[in-house]
Design a protein around this ligand. Structure first.
Ligand SMILES: *[C@@H]1O[C@H](CO)[C@@H](O)[C@H](O)[C@H]1NC(C)=O
Ligand SMILES: [Ca+2]
Ligand SMILES: [Ca+2]
Length: 361
């Protein structure tokens, strides 16, 4: 059984050079205890929040093989996502207070989705063309995970988020300087842009002739044509002992082993794409969506839902390189979290969607 299965990898498109070189998963199936589900940056914003434990049930039958639908690649950067109906959310929520349930049928029209998280290189084109100043640059600071900071930067900080003390507001941290003034992105141009607020993300997408995806579009894209699976590729965290996403291995927040090849962000094209050809949908950087945040949802079937009419926070999806099952089991398609639209952090980025394609794409 094992040998022919392993051989299948050779038949798949050869676009995963980074992933192929990675170490094997030491925790097949994503074992480890379901502990507290807190704020692994999931709520680090110019506001904050916290969480509590939730059980997670592994479903055998839900793990049965299923043929994913195929998105159609259009141009280099966007994928045509077919119209369809899918099950949004879950009736087995892992994090109760996040409003992951109920599972409900959602019908969507066709749309386009960026293959990749927006990279530093792409964001720089926007800034060069428009002179745009991000909110982190205007505020003069942004949240950075303590584990990424130099000792010099850390000594200058005297304030932290009570519920998540590993988040520090760093003066001079922004998309060009992800860990503060003594850091830069010169060797990370193909990594996701970070420290962009929801407002910044909208400005970029509008400039590109696009828009942010709704939460429903994002989740449909995440599922890649599979029904009721935990991850974009299925229910096993590490099928065939391979890493499929950039998350955290080791004890959070003290020991990041980087077993998947990356302690921080990875290039936006790293790891295998999902059934629609989308990369790093879960993990790497959190991704803003267009929707306002609410935790109560109707179980009725919806058509192109756009979320609540108003709110204080925006929905972000997918988790990040900082997510670990013990603390932030949010690298699942149904998982969700929120931040105020002006907040920014060192694990939060975005990708755009569109109704039509511009010729330039
Ligand atoms: C980090 O975790 C790995 C794997 O569990 C372990 O081998 C290593 O000793 C740990 N390092 C530290 C500094 O605790
Ligand atoms: Ca990682
Ligand atoms: Ca992502």
């Amino acid at each position: 059984m094992a040998a022919p299965k392993a051989g299948l990898f050779l038949l798949l498109p050869g676009a995963w050079p980074v992933w192929l070189g990675l170490a094997l998963c030491s925790v097949p199936g994503g074992g480890g205890s379901s502990g507290e589900q807190g704020t692994c940056g999931c709520s680090a914003s110019r506001g904050s929040g916290s969480g509590e434990a939730a059980a997670w049930r592994y479903s055998q039958e839900a793990n049965a093989p299923q043929q994913p639908a195929r998105g159609t690649l259009v141009g280099g950067q966007m994928v045509s996502i077919p119209a369809g109906v899918f099950t949004m959310g879950t009736d087995e929520p892992a994090i109760q207070q996040d409003g992951e349930g109920p599972a409900r049928r959602v019908r969507l029209s066709r749309f386009y989705m960026d293959r990749y998280e927006v990279s530093n290189a792409e964001f720089e084109k926007f800034v060069d063309a428009t002179g745009y100043l991000t909110e982190a640059e205007k505020y003069g600071d942004s949240f950075v995970f303590e584990g990424m900071l130099s000792e010099r930067v850390k000594t200058e900080i005297h304030q932290a988020v009570a519920a998540a003390p590993w988040w520090l507001p760093v003066k001079g941290a922004n998309w060009r300087h992800p860990e503060g003034p003594d850091s830069d992105i010169s060797n990370r141009m193909e990594h996701p842009v970070l420290h962009v607020s929801w407002n910044d993300a909208v400005a970029y997408c509008v400039w590109a002739g696009k828009r942010l995806p709704t939460e429903a579009e994002w989740e449909y894209s995440c599922r890649g044509g599979l029904e009721n699976r935990l991850f974009p590729w299925g229910n096993k965290l590490c099928p065939k002992r391979q890493h499929y996403a950039n998350i955290w291995q080791g004890d959070f927040p003290t020991n990041n082993t980087g077993e998947d090849g990356f302690k921080g962000t990875a290039p936006v094209s790293a790891f295998p794409p999902n059934g629609y050809g989308l990369y790093n949908v879960v993990g790497n950087a959190w991704e803003w969506t267009a929707d306002w945040w609410a935790v109560h949802h109707s179980a009725e079937e919806m058509h192109n839902p756009k979320g609540p009419l108003s709110g204080t926070d925006k929905v972000k999806k997918g988790g990040s390189y900082m997510c670990h099952k013990s603390y932030c089991y949010r690298y699942r398609c149904a998982a969700r979290s929120q931040n105020t639209p002006d907040s920014s952090a060192s694990n939060l980025g975005f990708r755009c969607a569109a109704d039509t394609l511009l010729d330039s794409l």
